[in-house]
Design a binder for this molecule. Structure first.
Ligand SMILES: Cc1cc2nc3c(=O)[nH]c(=O)nc-3n(C[C@H](O)[C@H](O)[C@H](O)COP(=O)(O)O)c2cc1C
Length: 344
């Protein structure tokens, strides 16, 4: 299953292995792509991943997690991102970009958020967003989507997880607003709807959303809370999206699982998959090929991401294809090393 082809909308993927977004904090104040990024993403594409989602990339300078985040908030950032896209395409992989805003988890400036409470003592108290701030951020996402289209990304992922800005509107643990941007039936949807609309206006390929489906708090959200919310988003043409990337945690300081084992998030993905009919990306501490195949065969997810495993071993997809004796295109330059692939 791992090496079967898959299509999201019109986007053809050669296998079901995804590199999830992972911040490398390797740019500088400009947010522009550096040589490191070209090698880093190029190597994972050469290693055989079907889809690479590049790290949380800031749509506004004030929305950076760190001063070294990648950015897509101005046109000077376009050429570097285009170089990554060209390199990844050259190795036969597809590439998406995760559009992000850190909100109250920004460290570069005073954060903005749905509510004026800080994430932890280490962060400044954020500004509670007025309508004018909301308009600015929605516009920033739409401009980022325009750039993503121009650059040639195959897909876009909206970062709605891990307690960053969009998640700060979705979660009742953070969003205590009483206006229309507050929580309705225990979950905040309007800000997300406006972001999706603005991205859809400018980006024509598949659009996905990453969520923290489990907040690890009694008063927080659980996978079943997302199903009616996602159904509402999917039923409206102006907000319907093409895939969900199921993650968890990070919404509040103590919102992490007490124990993290391989596959710890798969049940969350499975629950979402049973509730809505849309491609589901899942993962978390995965590296065992047999376990991954079981997840796919059990229809618990459609695509599997491997984060830290691909940091450790960019050639995991090619090694694993050898393990299953499935032919995947290898770099022809490395042909003389074939036994190396075969023996691993
Ligand atoms: C170094 C690092 C940076 C990360 N940055 C992001 C990010 O930019 N956006 C995001 O949604 N998740 C981010 N994550 C979470 C990963 O996408 C993934 O969900 C997590 O590492 C769990 O998967 P794994 O056990 O396969 O590594 C990051 C994780 C790591 C290790």
């Amino acid at each position: 299953m791992l090496f079967t082809e898959y299509k999201i909308k019109d986007l053809f993927l050669k296998n079901r292995i995804v590199m999830p977004p992972m911040c490398m904090y390797s740019s500088d104040r400009t947010g522009i792509v550096q040589p490191f990024h070209l090698v880093h993403y190029g190597t994972r594409a050469q290693g055989g991943a079907g889809l690479i989602i590049i790290e949380a990339t800031a749509v506004e300078a004030r929305g950076r997690i760190s001063g070294n985040d990648l950015g897509i908030w101005n046109d000077d950032q376009i050429p570097g991102l285009k170089s990554i896209v060209d390199i990844v395409h050259g190795f036969g992989a597809k590439i998406a970009i995760q559009l992000a805003h850190a909100g109250r988890k920004a460290t570069v400036a005073q954060g903005i958020s749905s509510w004026n409470s800080q994430f932890s003592d280490e962060y400044p108290i954020p500004i509670k967003m007025e309508e004018s701030h909301i308009r600015q951020v929605v516009l920033a996402f739409s401009e980022a989507a325009r750039r993503a289209q121009l650059i040639g990304f195959d897909a876009v992922e909206i970062h709605g997880a891990h307690g960053y800005l969009i998640n700060q509107f979705i979660s009742p643990l953070v969003n205590h607003r009483e206006d229309s941007y507050g929580c309705k039936n225990g979950i905040g949807i309007k800000f997300l709807q406006e972001i999706i609309k603005s991205v859809k206006n400018n980006f024509k390929g598949p659009i996905g959303l990453r969520i923290s489906a489990e907040e690890y708090s009694n008063n927080g959200l659980h996978p079943h809370n997302f199903i009616p919310m996602l159904a509402e988003i999917l039923k409206d043409h102006s907000t319907s999206i093409d895939f969900i990337n199921v993650s968890s945690g990070g919404v509040i300081e103590e919102g992490f699982p007490s124990k993290v084992l391989p596959g710890y998030q798969i049940d969350f993905a499975h629950e979402i998959k049973k509730g809505i009919n849309i491609p589901i990306l899942a993962g978390g501490m995965l590296s065992d090929p047999d376990m991954i195949n079981k997840i796919l065969n059990g229809k618990k997810a459609d695509l599997i991401w491997l984060g830290r495993e691909l940091l450790r071993n960019p050639y995991w997809p090619l090694h694993t294809s050898e393990y299953f004796k499935i032919e995947q295109k290898k770099p022809p330059q490395y042909k003389r090393a074939e036994p190396y692939f075969r023996n691993n």
